[in-house]
Design a protein around this ligand. Sequence first.
Ligand SMILES: Nc1ncnc2c1ncn2[C@@H]1O[C@H](COP(=O)(O)OP(=O)(O)OP(=O)(O)O)[C@@H](O)[C@H]1O
Ligand SMILES: [Mg+2]
Length: 349
Amino acid sequence: MIKSIKLTNFRSHKDLTADFENNTAIIGKNAAGKTNILEAIYYSFITKSFRSTQSSLINRDSDFMKINLDFGTDKTDSMEYRIKQSGKYTSRTITLNGVNKPASGIIGLQPIVIFVPDDVRIITDGPSFRRNLINSIIIQTSKDYLRALNVFQKILNQRNRLLYSLKNRLTTSRDQLFVYNLQMSEPISVIYKYRDDLIDFMNKNISAKYSMISGSPDKVHLDYLNSLPKDKEDILSSLEAHTDADISAGFTIKGPHKDELIVSLNGFSSRDNLSRGENRSLSLAIKLTEIDYIDLKTGSPPLLLLDDVLSELDSDRQKHLLEQSKKQQTIITSTEIDSSIKGYKVIEI
Ligand SMILES: Nc1ncnc2c1ncn2[C@@H]1O[C@H](COP(=O)(O)OP(=O)(O)OP(=O)(O)O)[C@@H](O)[C@H]1O
Ligand SMILES: [Mg+2]
């Protein structure tokens, strides 16, 4: 549970302190800085913003920013982020209870599910939105996955640099590619194992969530299209078999960084013509299932951040979402106080 936050030069907030209760509403006019507060909370535990790069988090008139956060269930832990900009370079330090930590030591400490008006893009936009969603869920529930993803990403970058050099004849030595293929196949198999587990869970539970929202017995299905096989040895042979094509392209064509997730409603892929309302309900159903997955895997329900989403939902959908939020700490933003946030602590900014 988050107890309080202090922002120094975080975007529009030069100096802001807020204390949270189990249910808290942040109320303010457009551009008052409501989303900025949720972004600071999200950033603190995911170590990435949901809307931009790190350097844009620093107040425009400053060259550094700081976030201090108190959280924990019984005793209080405190965390501090400092980001400093010197010319082109951005440096960041994170401390937990006074001890320096890498990002990987922070992710998962307080699992979070955020709802933003843009969530519909999970359905309507390109596959990278769906892969990012999948990653953001699983990194919070498994250190194993986080490690595999980091290792994969690092080797992928090295492999792509070499492929680029080979394509452009900056080098002719391709022996190292086999080493990368070998090093990659293990983390890729781990990534696939966890993604399978999440998709399985979603397929078992998402239709019920969707039907609750739509009020009719609908069927939602997710299809994860893996561009490489799932078994470690098969991954290696497939990478080997694709090496020439990768060199011609100058980058790694296949892998977990390229896979697609197809969402279908009653047998129709969302890439065909679902209505705006159906796409919205699908994205909401995915997020609601995400809450249950994190709850199951971590043993406690995640913190919910709802950014201005209530106003976009009709009263039935509002009710379902707020029903979910009773169990766990929930922080919402809105431009006005209305009956849906009865019982919430109100912070006006
Ligand atoms: N790096 C920055 N330095 C200073 N101000 C910033 C920075 N980044 C964003 N802002 C400003 O912060 C202000 C508040 O943004 P925020 O998105 O939090 O508003 P909001 O209260 O959520 O508004 P809305 O109701 O429209 O969603 C905006 O005016 C934006 O221009
Ligand atoms: Mg906002």
